[in-house]
Write a protein of this length. Sequence first.
Length: 328
Amino acid sequence: MTEKSYFWGGTTVGDASEAPYQHTAFQQFIRKMFCFDRSKAGVIRAYENELNCTNPSANTVVISTGAAVVDGVFYENTDNVSFTINTPVSSSRSDIIVLRKVWADQTVRLTKVTGSEGSVAPSLTQTDNDTWDIPLWTITITTGGSITLTDNRYFLTALSQIVPTAKGDIAVSSGSSGRFDILAAGNDAQKLIADSSQSVGLRYIDDDFSIPVIIGDGVLTISSGFKIWIQMPFDGEFESYYIAADTTGSIVIDIWKDTHANFPPTVADSITASAKPTLSSARTSYDTTLSGWTKTFNKGDWLLFNVDSASTVKLVTLSLLGRKIATS
């Protein structure tokens, strides 16, 4: 038979001839649904305390509550389970805590497998129809009784375990343990970037922009009056400006803004209030406050740059910095 479906009622029609179903059929179903890697998977995410391990006192570790699927068999622990970790005599030792499925006993139980002093942690036992371990924790203890806990849990990846709590949240793998974490939605118009310093490898940042406005030809001293207009290709908000000039000098620049329908902007449309971009007997200047500015603009708006006054300088770059925003 190359095709099969189950479970069905009865025992004669179609694939119901597979019935009555044995426990192996149910285990196979659960294994294929949730345990894509039966050698490791896995602990059920966000259920009770996820079989977490603590070291509350010397020579004692405690596995807390949680649930798992071990090679197709559901397991649940509703109370703390303690293990004694004996201090080694001559060299550090690594023990492992596993969930062990035993066919003959028809049980899955937390089990401590004791390692050898001066050696690596013991291997898992994974023998079909006999004993099957999945890893939980490695406990390394020194001759002085100091204990280090290493998390070896591998979490199931069923979609039902991924529970975004707000619109825009996304589920992201946090690494090789099979755990999916929730990355909260960013603010409007932010962008998602890779960042290995974050637990999920991603984070949201502002989508920044820089608009360079070049005034002058580098030959003649800049005169007052209108110089250039620019149409904005996105919605945004100004956060700062920077000015650089070809030589020490002075310039005052006003910025007028209006919609495409009202082009061209006029002095009545100034967005800079009393904090106009200004260079005063210097080659550079900046302002990160923009006090009194009308900082936001919409896609399609026109900006007109007018020199109120200038002396000495022949070439000036005004750089407007900000971030993109969502206005609709």
